[in-house]
Design a protein around this ligand. Structure first.
Ligand code: T4K
Length: 393
């Protein structure tokens, strides 16, 4: 694999795009509907603290996911913090290293110790065999991540959790609308979280939610996200402020009204990527596994440098020169990030071969409504040209 400066497809010319193409450009819903909802909230003079728009957003999500209880939060990270706390996690919690750092941070921030397990590089989700190896007497739970909307091996993880009396939670930040064998995200594990960050499938500017079928867990989450208040404003537990506000709920509700359009637009974009990258040697577009339905929010390719002769990072910088801001999510894996790597000898079994292999290979390509199918065709052509030009040198 050559190491010199990347060869761009169009060196010396203007970038292929005159505007930056981003991963997860936000879905902007009907402004009229959004402003109407915000205006009503202003008229009501009720802006947060379990307001009517938040309750309506929760109801809509309940119907969409089939989860018995949905509790909206200020973001996905706070949702995981509150869920971990409400589920009574202590000591060590097994998580994948290959995830956005929020998964690990949410646990660490609660005084828990994330213990990093490897992934199956084919799916990008927790490797149940490695999870099993990491269980100690300090382990209280497992947090799987439905990475890029790929559903974890939920049945195997459930069996392990039951066998060892562990809590089982899922970070479904990427996975609203995703299913495995007809079972939708929202119903897996003891509880799951979602994110409604601007870059997500459904966007509430910032937002998150806890979903569970366990009424007692839901009650604890409901209290903990609101300072521990119970009925009659008696403080029953420790708590924090993880509430969603009415403006975020207005955005989330309006976005949900577009869910079919967003789904179709994502699928069309994905299809253009698929067709455009077909037959490019060493480039593989990842997709849902058997029995899975994805949401196509993240378009992920794997670059096999052994075949292309070009490392993923060279392709990435060549694309950046063309204003194509692909991302190497989730390099280098949490276990190699400074605060976690520094405690490596303590809790982290290094190396994690599946994680490291994938972290060196994947690129997440631009997506969201600002990226048209025509843009996608051009991005694919750029990838093809960069690889051809570089491998010819
Ligand atoms: N668990 C998992 C597995 C997650 O992936 C995340 C978040 C969480 C938990 C926590 O959920 P939240 O607490 O965030 O609700 C971005 C998002 O901020 C983050 O929500 C998301 N995952 C992660 C995968 O992506 P960064 O650090 O990459 O953000 P940033 O600012 O570099 O933006 C990413 C891309 O989005 C860029 O290409 C620019 C584009 N962008 C961003 C914003 C904010 C836009 O086009 N418009 C925008 O408004 O984390």
């Amino acid at each position: 694999v050559a190491q010199e400066r990347p060869t761009t497809a169009r060196r010396g010319e203007r970038p292929a795009f005159d505007r930056p193409l981003q991963v997860g450009s936000p879905n902007i819903p009907d402004r009229g509907r959004l402003f109407q909802r915000i205006s009503q909230a202003l008229d009501r003079g009720w802006l947060t603290n379990n307001g009517p728009l938040v309750r309506e957003f929760e109801d809509r999500l309940t119907r969409l996911t089939g989860a018995a209880h949905v509790l909206a939060t200020s973001n996905g990270t706070s949702a995981l913090e509150v869920l971990a706390r409400a589920r009574g996690l202590t000591g060590e919690v097994i998580v994948p290293s290959f995830t956005y750092v929020a998964t690990a941070h949410a646990l660490q921030w609660q005084g828990l110790t994330p213990v990093f397990a490897d992934i199956d590089p084919h799916t990008g989700t927790l490797d149940p065999a490695h999870v099993r190896e990491l269980i100690t007497e300090r382990t209280s739970g497992i947090v799987g991540v439905h990475l890029w909307g790929r559903i974890c091996r939920v049945d195997e993880l459930r069996a392990i959790a039951d066998e060892h009396g562990l809590a089982l939670l899922y970070d479904g930040a990427h996975a609203l609308g995703c299913e495995l064998d007809g079972r939708a995200v929202g119903g897996f594990g003891d509880g799951e979280i979602l994110s409604f960050h601007a870059t997500k499938f459904i966007n509430a500017f910032e937002g998150g939610a806890v979903l569970t079928n366990d009424p007692e867990l839901a009650e604890r989450v409901g209290r903990m996200r609101n300072f521990g208040f119970g009925p009659g404003r008696e403080v029953l537990t420790f708590g924090t402020n993880a509430k969603m506000n009415e403006i975020s709920a207005a955005m989330g509700l309006t976005a949900l009204e577009h869910i079919d359009e967003i789904t179709a637009a994502n699928a069309l974009r994905y299809e253009h990527y698929r067709a455009g990258l077909l037959g490019v040697p060493g480039v593989r577009l990842r997709g849902p596994g058997p029995g899975e339905r994805g949401n196509d929010q993240y378009v992920v390719v794997e670059i096999d440098a052994g075949v292309t002769g070009v490392h993923r990072d060279r392709l990435l910088s060549a694309l950046h020169e063309e204003n194509v801001f692909a991302q190497k999510y989730f390099h280098p894996g949490c276990h190699r990030m400074r605060p976690y790597a520094q405690r490596a000898g303590l809790h982290t079994p290094l190396p994690l071969p599946g994680t490291e292999a994938l972290a060196e290979r994947v690129l997440v390509l631009p997506s969201g409504p600002a990226v048209t199918p025509h843009d996608v065709d051009l991005v694919c052509e750029l990838v093809r040209q960069v690889l051809e030009t570089a491998s010819a040198h």
